[in-house]
Design a protein around this ligand. Structure first.
Ligand SMILES: Nc1ncnc2c1ncn2[C@@H]1O[C@H](COP(=O)(O)OP(=O)(O)OP(=O)(O)O)[C@@H](O)[C@H]1O
Length: 598
């Protein structure tokens, strides 16, 4: 089959950069501004400080704020403001050293462990676990003693202890990405491991690593202050931890000496924590649930919509009837209308094909009936009838009760629609027990019978198997079995054969047709393939841009398409075939023969 005609122009995909999305978060912006002030203060400390931070003037010992010393003097007669500014420099320098050490050790190790697995993974994970189980503070005190309290070495050592945080995140991301087909494709294309690691893997880990760095910096600053508080580090290098130690010893008599470094430390750590959590929010994929106002806005935009498409049956005779369905999503630029007034119907015993190019709104139409629209999707219709009953005004709970009883659904991707954690028997029997009230034994028997009916020759093995133990074609048969097990009056199938190979495709379509006849169901099948339409459908609805272009019996649509778009779609479907006209005739002749046989 040839794909539907490709649009001449494509709307540009607008990606909003991370920093711009960040600037939309007020809390994140405030935290960033505070941190920027701390960085600026640290960078300009030597210019901003009114005195040398180590200059001692006994006249200002324990002095309160004032007299040219805005924050007063400490217990050794040094200007607190000057020491606080110089301490910011020490603090940030230490945090940078710690984060760099953690990054350099943790990220490459995590990415390699996740990508290569095996011994690399075991060894790296063992080291990471060992580092986490060692009491870090004690080792840092030993390192301080052994290195003459060298601050830089101490911060590198702290980075080593924080590296497992980076390692775990990088490994988990790399493990997930390693299984992606594009990694296999890169390997098959001859791309070296080193290049895959540098490009695909590092790209996949960078967002969570940025988040982790903000959080690690906060932790590093806190631990650094703790070490300095314990007296680690050179006495001539001003630091917030040292200042807190001084303030702690005079806490009852001169509490302000403790207050200033505590505020500086608390504000800096809090700013980093908020930056980290804002970034975490932005990089994690979260389903944003629409607000009531958002839904109301979409509903309002969908109010005015003219119907497209025709009905062939009376409402009471239909297994499915949709009248003027509109579906929309809230988007940054307004409301995106993806279905714009679709009307169609299908009677029991009839096969209705919904056909159209990719993005024409076929699946959204079906999902509206099945209540499967993703969060943010809003459907409005003049009416939706299932089995002659209007359901669009019923509660979601009542509509959900129709699924499994009145409506069966066969999805496009067989494998992803089966839970890998449970054997097939459980997945088939569960709805039969809980929706249809069958006993365990009855449900198992029904599941077994229906598997036999859908052409599975060894039902007992399949019932005991997990999804990964059966083929894609078998999985699709299992899903069809599940969909028809409750004897619904309407079977809805979304591209049920697309994910299968050609021979299996034909068998699955034939099976659907047989079951539809046997159970007298209406079958509504979504496809972009006119071959499928010609093979099994009685009537067809052609969709484009969320609207129905034309509706009619298959033969009429094939012989005399009323709309040029339909003619173009049929032509595109048959382009690759040997002689379009002959194939048209072949299909039509075959259909006529089938009709005669029925
Ligand atoms: N969650 C969503 N948010 C916004 N737009 C969406 C969402 N899901 C689908 N759409 C849009 O709805 C339109 C119709 O999608 P739909 O899946 O119904 O197309 P389709 O005709 O079934 O195509 P295909 O054959 O490729 O599945 C598309 O433009 C799609 O981008």
């Amino acid at each position: 089959m040839t794909a539907a005609p490709f649009p001449a122009t494509l709307a540009p995909v607008k990606r909003i950069p991370l920093w711009r999305r960040y600037l939309r978060r007020p809390l994140g912006v405030v935290a960033l501004a505070v941190f920027a002030v701390v960085v600026a203060v640290a960078a300009l400390a030597s210019w901003l400080a009114p005195y040398d931070p180590n200059f001692v003037d006994f006249a200002i010992t324990h002095a309160p704020p004032g007299n040219g010393h805005p924050l007063g003097g400490d217990s050794a007669g040094r200007d607190i403001l000057s020491r606080l500014l110089a301490g910011a420099q020490t603090t940030l320098y230490g945090a940078v050293i710690t984060c760099v050490a953690g990054l350099v050790l943790g990220v490459p190790a995590g990415v390699s462990a996740g990508y290569f697995g095996g011994a690399t993974d075991r060894i790296c994970s063992w080291i990471s676990d060992a580092l986490q189980s060692v009491p870090g503070m004690i080792v840092l005190l030993v390192v301080a003693a052994g290195t003459g309290q060298n601050f830089t070495v101490l911060m590198v050592a702290l980075g080593v202890f924080l590296a497992p945080g980076y390692y775990r995140i990088a490994r988990a991301r790399a493990l997930a990405v390693r299984k992606e087909p594009y990694i296999d494709a890169a390997r098959v294309a001859g791309v070296t491991n080193a290049r895959i690691l540098r490009t695909h893997m590092l790209r996949a880990v960078y967002a969570p690593i940025i988040v982790q760095t903000a959080l690690t910096a906060g932790i590093a600053i806190g631990m650094q202050a703790g070490l300095q508080f314990l007296g680690i580090g050179s006495a001539s290098t001003p630091s917030w931890g040292q200042m807190m130690n001084d303030g702690f010893q005079n806490m009852l008599t001169y509490p302000l000496i403790l207050l200033w470094p505590s505020i500086a430390l608390g504000v800096t750590i809090a700013a980093l924590a908020f930056i980290g959590s804002t970034l975490a929010d932005l990089v994690s994929v979260r389903v944003e649930l629409p607000t009531r106002r958002g839904v109301a806005r979409v509903r309002q935009a969908l109010e005015a919509g003219t119907s497209s498409g025709t009905h062939a049956h009376q409402a009471a005779d239909c297994a499915l009837r949709i009248e003027n369905l509109r579906v929309g999503y809230a988007s940054p630029t307004g409301v995106k209308k993806v279905v714009r007034g679709v009307s169609l119907d299908a009677a029991p015993g009839e096969v209705l094909g919904i056909v159209g190019e990719s993005g024409s709104g076929k699946t959204q139409t079906l999902f509206s009936v099945l209540d499967l629209l993703p969060p943010g999707g809003t459907a409005v219709a003049d009416g939706i009838w299932v089995g002659g009953e209007e359901v669009s005004r019923r509660s979601p709970k009542e509509r959900a009760a129709l699924l499994g009883r009145s409506i069966g659904y066969v999805p496009q991707e067989p494998m992803t629609n089966l839970d890998p954690c449970y054997p097939i028997e459980r997945q088939l029997a569960e709805p039969l027990r809980h929706v249809h009230g069958l006993s365990k034994a009855e449900a198992r028997q029904r599941a077994r019978d229906i598997l036999v009916r859908v052409g599975i020759t060894d039902p007992d093995r399949v019932l005991a198997a997990y999804p990964h133990q059966i083929s894609g074609g078998m999985a699709q048969r299992v899903l069809i079995a599940g969909a028809v097990a409750g004897r619904p009056s309407l079977l809805v199938a979304d591209e049920p054969s697309t994910a299968l190979d050609v021979t299996v495709q034909a068998e699955v379509l034939e099976l659907l047709r047989e079951l539809q006849r046997e159970y007298g169901m209406a079958l509504v099948i979504v496809t972009h393939n006119f071959g499928v339409v010609a093979d099994i459908c009685d009537r067809v609805v052609v969709m484009k841009d969320g609207r129905v272009v034309e509706t009619g019996p298959v033969e009429q649509i094939f012989r005399r398409p009323a709309d040029p778009y339909t003619a173009e779609l049929i032509s595109a479907s048959l382009d690759d075939a040997e002689g379009r006209d002959e194939l048209d005739e072949t299909w039509l002749d075959r259909r006529t023969a089938q009709e005669g046989a029925r």
